[in-house]
Write a protein that binds this ligand. Sequence first.
Ligand SMILES: [Zn+2]
Length: 331
Amino acid sequence: MSLIKVWAHEPVKRDLMTCLALGKLPNSLLFSGPDELGMKKMALFLAQALNCLKRQDEACGECSSCRSIFQENFPDVILLASKENKMGIGIDEIREIRQLAFMRPMVGRHRIFIFEEAEKMSLEALNALLKILEEPPSYTYFILITTNADSLPATIRSRCQSFNFKAIDLETITARLISLGYEPIRARTVACLAQGSLEKALSLDWEKILSKRHQAWQAFRLFLKEDSTFLTKLLASSRGAEFKSDLEEMVNFFITFFRDLLLLKEKGPETLLINPDLKEEMQIMVHQLSQEFLLKGIELGQQILGGLDRNLNPRLLWLYFYAQMRSRDHA
Ligand SMILES: [Zn+2]
């Protein structure tokens, strides 16, 4: 697949293609936005365009270079992910990168370093990267990917050309998934959980989603009954980084439950239900819930997701959500 066929993120794609066509692509680039997987895919397409054997300003997607870059095994395209290295990308790695950056590419025309989750790099490592970001050799490119550009030092941001990837809206992702053959209900649920990323939507496992949604629904019912057992269970069973992702998933599901309940309360079109299979149960409980309470649930849920994005303490966020929701009579 070539750059022109990348789906979504049109403004960024257009800018990158213009730079390529004019031969004026900056050597240090910063990709930021919520769609981590989408940004990584765009970085790989760009690496293909810079090394394609058939074309100079685009990727054919078919030559051996393009294929090998897509499979992430091309020697001159180096992916650095903090995820696989618990210490993050440290100062030692940056020293090696600096040396490598000044050597000619081994097989391609250009060497590209792609830093995933750049915001997780240590300050020491980022400072060591500064100099090379400022004046890289013409054959070397750096692409920093981050979901939180604000947490990168201004010195790093100012040395890179920024490209902002906006979240893709829910309806657009749903429509795209349906066009790819997803059942409408599945498409809508997956799109809700994908947080503005088609790539994330495509990577989600439907069976797992169903099982997690079932757990979230049980928790939600207890939550409405003001039974705090699920709260203590959740706090006790999850640890560290896991807790953050568990909480993110659960709050996402809670938001879909609040939305569906609000839709039923306001007698909106049932075709818009995200969890239509829970309709009967919801119809029984909706009489006991006020519109105000449901709206508050959605709003607070979104606040919690925003807080998680900004790396606030997940446990505190969850306790805050719980306390705020209980502070009002919802009958
Ligand atoms: Zn090619």
